[in-house]
Design a protein around this ligand. Structure first.
Ligand code: PLP
Length: 392
């Protein structure tokens, strides 16, 4: 007899908007159609060999077969601090300002448990990576949406946040380079965020998962480079996208000591650290040659240019992202996000993600991921040309 019920917090999660497209996707694949899948935010390139070798060696050593330290191996925390110093010129104390994570998603989803009480507001961008909203709801908090609009460069307009909300909010999530829009942030924006957070006594949670997926000379900055940022900022990083390690589950949080302590305390009651062999592989990633990162970025750039130039030549309104492997495209006139994704799949055998799946302000867009080879992207553009109306 199943007379138990789902918790109210699960019922409160936003509806899952991809169900219909997921079903159509499975059906198309089952029918054996030649699908170009631009839906997945997961690198197609393999994890670099030297990282795999480090895992292999470490996995053979029985010393690594036990429970790991919750706070991560000191050597990993040191490697993170060293990488961070080199990359952003910011000093982090490896003992108190760095916390390894089982992928950054778990840290992002867990941090509200440390700082949010029942009914507290958390400021979240919309469209966004879903754990900001859902982690907030799990902690009993209330997500307050900050629309990311094209006219503001997909940055939230902090001036639009009601003062009654701002001074009751506990945290703000920001994410640049941004998934799904591909937008980037500059010093001026981070200054506005920090001023706002300071005035309202808010913890800033900055998701920097895409800091290394970038093009040409552009180098995303960290908010922790800003003076005083460490007083109220925790930043999330991931090895997933930079080193093609999404399945390995390793990332970290860094920044404000109290924020790190709070998150560590939550985690110590939930998980028991990262498999040590994976931590050692993570050290190999951070300390080894960064050539694979550069190489992956060159490959993404070729794909980005093929897709954006191709779509633009068909009249689509789409700009080239400076970072991330996402292209955020306006839907054709007469379509919305869902019907555009459906038309692409049914008429062109292309999977793209409807922008509305990332939140209501994603309506009117689709997200295409550059995680298939360039010749497949060219095929996709040809199919769009053949089967869909020209824009404009
Ligand atoms: C992929 C992604 C992450 C990283 O996830 P991991 O859990 O580290 O694999 C974090 N934030 C955003 C916005 C992402 O797209």
């Amino acid at each position: 007899m199943t007379d138990f019920e789902l918790s109210e917090r699960l019922a409160k999660l936003p509806p899952y908007l991809f169900a219909e497209i997921d079903k159509a996707k499975r059906q198309a694949k089952a029918e054996g159609r030649d699908i170009v899948d631009l839906g997945i935010g997961d690198p197609d390139l393999p994890t670099p060999k030297h990282i795999i070798n480090a895992l292999y060696k470490a996995a053979l050593d029985p010393a690594n077969h036990h429970y790991a330290l919750d706070s991560g191996m000191p050597r990993l925390r040191q490697a993170i601090a060293k990488w961070y110093k080199k990359r952003f010129k910011v000093h982090l104390d490896p003992d108190t300002e760095v916390l390894p994570l089982i992928g950054s998603k778990e840290g992002i989803a867990h941090i509200p448990l440390a700082f949010v009480n029942q009914g507290d507001y958390v400021l979240v961008p919309d469209p966004c990576y879903p754990p900001y909203k859902n982690g907030t709801i799990f902690a009993g908090g209330v997500p307050y949406l900050m629309p990311l609009l094209a006219e503001n460069g997909f940055l939230p307009d902090l001036g639009k946040i009601k003062s009654g909300v701002a001074n009751k909010a506990k945290m703000i999530f920001i994410n640049y380079p941004n998934n799904p829009t591909g937008a980037v942030a500059d010093e001026e924006f981070y200054k506005r965020v920090l001023d706002f957070a300071h005035r309202n006594n808010i913890l800033v949670c900055s998701d920097a998962a895409y800091s290394e997926v970038r093009y040409d000379r552009y180098r995303p900055m960290s908010i922790l480079e800003m003076v005083g940022a460490k007083d109220r900022t925790i930043e999330f990083h991931s090895l997933s996208k930079s080193y093609n390690m999404t399945g390995w589950r390793i990332g970290w949080a860094c920044g404000n000591k109290k924020a790190i302590q709070g998150l560590a305390k939550v985690k110590s009651n939930i998980d028991s650290g990262i498999f040590q062999a994976i931590q050692l592989a993570g050290i190999a990633a951070l300390e080894g040659s960064q050539g694979s990162v550069e190489k992956a970025n060159r490959i993404y750039k070729g794909r980005r240019d093929a897709l954006v130039n191709g779509l633009s030549s068909l009249g689509w309104r789409v700009s080239k992202p400076k970072a991330t492997f996402y292209v955020w495209a306006k839907v054709l006139s007469g379509y919305n996000s869902a019907s555009m994704a459906k038309a692409l799949l049914e008429r062109a055998d292309i999977i793209a993600t409807p922008g509305s799946g990332f939140g209501k302000y994603g309506e009117g867009y689709i997200r295409m991921a550059l995680t298939v080879p360039k010749d497949r992207i060219k095929t996709a553009v040809q199919r769009i040309k053949r089967s869909l109306p020209r824009h404009g």
